[in-house]
Design a protein around this ligand. Structure first.
Ligand SMILES: Nc1nc2c(ncn2[C@@H]2O[C@H](COP(=O)(O)OP(=O)(O)OP(=O)(O)O)[C@@H](O)[C@H]2O)c(=O)[nH]1
Ligand SMILES: C[C@H](OP(=O)(O)O)C(=O)O
Length: 225
């Protein structure tokens, strides 16, 4: 029987979401990453054959072990694609498809996962774009070569074509929302009802206001850091 394993790559807690440093302290960024991880793991739970978090950071791996998730420690000094490649090679002995979901997509819903899994019955590769040309979900055979980084959405489509694999684009507003910038935090405040991520941002008193300036959302703190 074909099996699909979900793989969630997570950077070190100390490197968590550096682009949010103007709005959140290092500890707050770590806590936000933990909240987003809980959201992503909760959504994937029960829908895939296994969930594996990969990281070089023992603190990350110990945190997710307590959530009942399998862990894979990346070996040596590597980057996101290197880490994913190590994990895909290892798990290719146990599954036919890998479903990669980053840890920073707290608006993902169970219906997205079900839809993507259904599409993989018909297509070899299913790709969900992120804002800015990245990839927020990639379901592919274990033979696939991952190309995360700049404009990876287009790189992944090219990779599928190069390998003669059929692909389907999964187009979802919520799934496209990864959290990289202060404005992204505003989107989580607006659209994240019921998520751990929104609850955490409320706890640290983040406020969002509509703005007609260079950014659409103005994100500020009630209390200063
Ligand atoms: N295992 C692993 N995960 C990584 C690595 N680099 C990034 N990630 C994860 O990959 C996903 C996408 O990361 P990015 O959005 O590119 O960047 P980030 O590191 O989270 O955030 P910035 O520090 O703001 O760039 C997130 O789930 C990260 O935690 C890596 O070297 N190893
Ligand atoms: C890793 C990268 O993430 P982004 O920089 O788009 O958040 C990608 O999706 O390819």
């Amino acid at each position: 029987m074909e099996k699909t394993f979900a793989v969630i790559p997570v950077s070190k807690f100390t490197d968590a979401k550096t682009r949010l440093s103007p709005k959140l302290t290092p500890l707050e960024r770590e806590n936000l990453l933990k909240s987003m991880l809980k959201d992503v793991i909760g959504v994937l739970s029960g829908l895939v054959d296994n969930i594996i978090v990969i990281s070089s950071d023992d603190d990350v791996l110990n945190f997710v072990k307590k959530l009942g998730v399998e862990t894979f420690k990346e070996k040596g000094v590597t980057d996101l694609n290197g880490a994913l490649t190590q994990a895909i090679q290892h798990y290719s002995n146990f599954c036919s498809n890998i479903f990669i979901v980053p840890s920073d997509v707290p608006l993902i819903k169970k219906n997205h996962v079900k839809d993507i899994l259904n599409r993989s019955q018909e297509f070899d590769v299913v790709i969900a774009p992120s804002k800015g040309g990245g990839t927020n979900a990639l379901l592919c055979p274990t033979s696939f070569c991952v190309k995360f980084g700049d404009y990876s959405f287009f790189e992944h489509i090219d990779e599928a074509k190069l390998r003669g694999l059929s692909h389907s684009i999964y187009d979802s507003f919520y799934l496209s929302m990864d959290v990289n910038t202060a404005e992204d935090l505003g989107e989580i405040m607006l659209h994240g009802k019921g998520t751990e991520a929104k609850d955490y941002l409320k706890k640290v008193q983040l406020k969002v206001k509509s703005n007609h300036g260079s950014e659409r959302l103005d994100v500020s703190r009630e209390a200063t850091i």
